[in-house]
Design a protein around this ligand. Structure first.
Ligand code: GLC
Length: 534
């Protein structure tokens, strides 16, 4: 018998596999073209069979959906397109009964312009206490016709919008997402209350959106590019916010995962101190190109930055914001960068899928927790969305050069040959599915032992039963140039071949799992990974 794994203990998050559901595109229970909570509830057995420990739901709250739900009008109401609060409560309980924990997504940097606070602020006018909950300022220039500062938006363009009475308000994202003023005690109190609201409904964790952006330099100074930390990112006072949040989470045994995009490893690790966030997404690994040296540096850097604060690493290959893995790995440039996304980039999907399979075994063998984005286990490629069907504001704000993020948000295929490929829509889903989507359908892949889905199911099953995976030490082995090989405890070894030629496997007792067929002579072909018992 294997020793009990930590998956079921209070430390579950230290080595969990967490599956990201984008509710709008997961499964459509009522057939109206938009995914919903009824659809998720009906598909919970699929997630249990896949073997995930938790599900993170991107925002499901009341929202005009200008930015896919990251523009929240009310945190305590489920958007009617997705269902009701009672549906969410049932979903959380039903998932828990299947051994799956729920993680919700909180967006503290901003709200929707339809949020009652912002509507009240607009109505109340300059100088009012209602406006103090946001960043309202007079403009610069003779008649206040220029924005208060020069900050660039995270979505290209300006960060200031002028209202009819002449004041301007700050929005790091779209004008429909006004930034909250985190120096205001009411903003802090409200968010602690929102955390309690969801913890009391049984959620086990909270993903914190744009977690490094909340607090701004109070002077809102201009930002001279290249002169150090921008005045809207990673301000020291932000750590007080997370210390208070941690105290709330500890009351409920809840955990946090922060969306912290910071290039500086030391600054990043500060968010993971024992009285702050439990974990943060590993964007260094997510953006890393398919290159042995670069990946090894990313892995070593990750482990080194987490060790001093005692936090487990996370491993992420994709999410609802970035190019799907099989597409990215099938391109000349295999790194991810928001700035370089373009229409019509040549892609070799066969090569990309081979690499994505190897990357799955790599990330699932590393110490820490792993995030899977819905459809990653199906090997879905990034879809080309016709320009007139694109919804993502990132596309529009780029002036049409950036295809945006809809290509990774297309409704899932469940049944080959069924209407909307089994997604559930009676007519056209909210984003169009490519004609060949049925080839990736769950039913088809379930019947094929060599499919991406079968690989993920086998890998998750093995990982769950093996105490050597998850949290714990990693030792590199020398397997030659371009080959990543490392040992975990209990005799487990992972080898990934990124060299152009076949590689000789280290001596082993048993081959546990391979991402693709081995050579006739037992060598490991290029872009292939194995798990070995030695
Ligand atoms: C995060 C989300 C992204 C959203 C943005 C603004 O980066 O992941 O989808 O657009 O925050 O809330």
């Amino acid at each position: 018998m294997a020793a009990p794994t930590p998956h079921r203990s209070a430390d579950w998050w230290r080595d969990a596999v967490i599956y990201q559901v984008y509710p709008r595109s997961f499964a459509d229970g009522d057939g109206d073209g938009t995914g919903d909570l009824a659809g998720v509830r009906a598909r919970l057995p699929y997630l249990a069979e896949l073997g995930v420990d938790a599900v993170w739901f991107t925002p499901w709250y009341l929202s005009p959906l200008v930015d896919g739900g990251y523009d929240v009008a009310d945190y305590r109401t489920i958007d009617p397109a997705f269902g009701t609060l009672a549906d969410a409560e049932k979903l959380i309980a039903e998932a828990r009964a299947l051994g799956i924990r729920t993680v919700v997504d909180i967006v503290p940097n901003h709200v929707s312009d339809q949020h009652p606070w912002f509507r009240a602020a607009l109505a109340a006018g300059p100088g009012s206490p209602e406006r103090e909950l946001f960043h309202f300022r007079p403009g610069r220039g003779e008649a206040g016709e220029l924005p208060p500062n020069d900050w660039p938006s995270q979505f290209s363009g300006t960060t200031w919008t002028r209202v009819p009475d002449g004041e301007w308000y700050l929005h790091l994202f779209t004008p429909e997402q006004p930034d909250l003023n985190w120096d205001h005690p009411a903003v802090r109190a409200e968010h602690e209350d929102i955390l309690r609201f969801w913890f009391e409904r049984g959620v086990a964790g909270v993903r914190i959106d744009s977690a490094a952006l909340l607090v701004k330099d109070p002077a809102l100074p201009d930002y001279e590019e290249g002169t150090g930390r921008p005045p809207f990112i990673d301000q020291d006072a932000l750590h007080d916010v997370y210390r208070s949040w941690r105290a709330v989470a500890d009351e409920y045994g809840g955990v946090f995962v922060g969306e912290v995009w910071l290039p500086d490893a030391e600054r990043f690790a500060r968010y993971l101190r024992p009285d702050e966030l439990h974990t943060a997404f590993n964007f260094n690994f997510l953006t890393c190109p398919w290159d042995a040296g670069r990946l090894r540096r990313s892995i070593d850097g990750t482990l080194a930055e987490h060790a001093p604060v005692g936090a487990p690493a996370t491993w992420v290959l994709c999410n609802h914001d970035v190019t799907r893995t099989v597409t990215r790995y099938g391109r000349a440039d295999t790194a991810f960068d928001f700035a370089t996304k373009r229409f019509g980039t040549p892609t070799d999907l066969v090569l990309g899928a081979r690499r994505a399979r190897a990357a799955a075994l790599l990330s699932l063998a590393l110490p820490g927790s792993v995030y899977l984005y819905q459809g990653e286990e199906l090997g879905l490629p990034e879809a080309d969305i016709p320009r007139d069907r694109i919804k993502d504001p990132m596309h529009f704000r780029s002036g049409g050069t950036d295809p945006g993020r809809d290509g990774c948000r297309v409704p899932l295929p469940w049944e080959a040959g069924a209407p909307s490929h089994g997604f559930g829509a009676r007519s056209e889903p909210w984003l169009p599915q490519p004609a060949d989507w049925g080839e990736y359908a769950v039913d088809r892949q379930s019947a094929d032992p060599d499919s991406m889905l079968s690989l993920y199911r086998a890998a998750l099953r093995l990982r769950r039963g093996e105490p050597g995976f998850g949290d714990g030490p990693l030792t590199w082995l020398d397997a030659g140039d371009g080959v990543l090989a490392f040992r975990r405890t209990h005799g487990l070894v992972c080898v990934v071949n990124l060299a152009g030629a076949p590689a000789v496997l280290p001596p082993h007792e048993r081959l546990l799992l391979a991402s693709g067929p081995l050579g006739a002579d037992g060598t490991l072909p290029a872009d292939t990974a194995v798990w070995l018992r030695t």
